[in-house]
Design a binder for this molecule. Sequence first.
Ligand SMILES: Nc1ncnc2c1ncn2[C@@H]1O[C@H](COP(=O)(O)OP(=O)(O)OP(=O)(O)O)[C@@H](O)[C@H]1O
Ligand SMILES: [Mg+2]
Length: 518
Amino acid sequence: MLTRTYSASILGVDAFLVTVEAAVGLGIPGLTLVGRASGALVEARERVKSALAHCGHAIPPRKQVVNLAPADERKESPGIDLAVAAGLLAAHGVVPAERLGRELLLWGELALDGVVRPAVGTLVIGECARREGFRAIAVAEESAAEASLLPGIEVLPVRDLGQLVAHLRGEATIEAAPPRALDASAEPPPGELDMADVRGLVLARRAIEVMVAGGHNLLLHGPPGVGKTMLARRAAALFPPLDHESALEVTKIHGIVGGSRGGGGLVGRAPFRAPHHTVSVAGLLGGGSPLRPGEVSLAHHGLLFLDELPEFGRGCLEGLREPIEEGHVNLVRAQASLRLPARFQLMAAMNPCPCGYLGHPERSCVDSPAAVQRYQQRLSGPLLDRLDLVVPVAPTSPDELARRRPSEASSILRERIVRARDRQRRRLRGSPWRTNAEIPADGGTLDRLAPLDSEAERLLQALARRRCLSPRAQHRLRRVALTLRDLADDPGAPSSPLGAAAIAEAAHLRRLPEQAAS
Ligand SMILES: Nc1ncnc2c1ncn2[C@@H]1O[C@H](COP(=O)(O)OP(=O)(O)OP(=O)(O)O)[C@@H](O)[C@H]1O
Ligand SMILES: [Mg+2]
């Protein structure tokens, strides 16, 4: 007898449907698994055999073949176990095959005693089931909360194989998990680091506010110990809560990599990722086998903080060019190329030279010009050209540091940021873009949404000539100017042209380290 059950396998940040065919026939007794199963899945044979025996349905000594289709895609996750076991049960006539048709997708790893364990990526699998037209998905009890975040699909929480058998035979019913409201908690957790602790550093604080408000990228450069890392660690809490769609996307990606085996709720806050500079190219951009999303995808809709930027490998730095510009990474694999989402905001910090003191008001730099040049050249022109905000961080004076009065708190900055984001949302309503940084320059969109008055036009041209700004850098300057206006108390009419003051401040917020200045 031949039966078909259904499961899915993860590829990148998506999943594809897997049809599990089970056939029982004459021949040398045994269980064979075919259809490009990965190592973890090949072991499914032993898990399934033991789980079936434990729930009282040991497979008889017959020839049994399980095929995972499509045969040309590699299946990675042990989440397919449950569908393999159910297929064999149906093939032996233990459960009615018609209850396992193209209505129910099965997703869970089996323990040797038949208990269903959660497998990573439940949300991605659930979405695949919904897309493929399944009515219900059976998952481990621990995964039910995560799966029930998806509207439009019934979620059956399965404790163990015995319970599934009883349900399929109609002897007992598994109650569907109630659909869950999207209760994304967006409030910063208590104990979150606050900008009120940072003394002075007015320019850098302003740059961070603009970065978060308009979705821009930022590089902070300055001597050691002046507060660059301190500022960056406080930036993530300034992000407004994620909208529902973004929250679901972020939860999906983190569900695959973060190993949240079911218990996790919706990720409602913008992610903050700060990989160490020794990260590999695959770790940063994604890759490996099985293919995993990298830090750029984990920072999707959030902040990617690269401290000590020039210390990152060349491959990593150059690999950032595509996602910064496009909002995704294309990973070319032997079989196919895969596109992973990576719309993050880059925040980076660096010293201006190897000793760290170039341009310091009191200390002198001990590096040779050639050493400074070599250090700064680790950041290529194309990478620097993609940064909207580049700001020097100077040491705070001892007087300022000793002052007891706290600086402006994160909560006040957040209010201004939320207001500026609201203004952008109104401007960009009906378009696929959410922030000023995403407005494309092509087709006159930027000209239409961020027109300049004649004085601003003249200033931009003068700046472009003096600083040799590329057309891309000029566009980025205009987008920053637009954000500066959105942050203003009285921004004027949304469609009125940008004035020279906004362009001048935007230029002030883009100053490359000494000697590397273009
Ligand atoms: N402006 C400031 N206000 C309050 N504390 C500060 C300030 N600047 C520096 N500090 C203190 O100095 C510590 C070191 O700062 P931080 O690690 O941010 O330096 P950095 O600029 O990243 O240096 P490096 O270039 O060596 O990485 C902070 O943890 C903080 O305690
Ligand atoms: Mg630092």
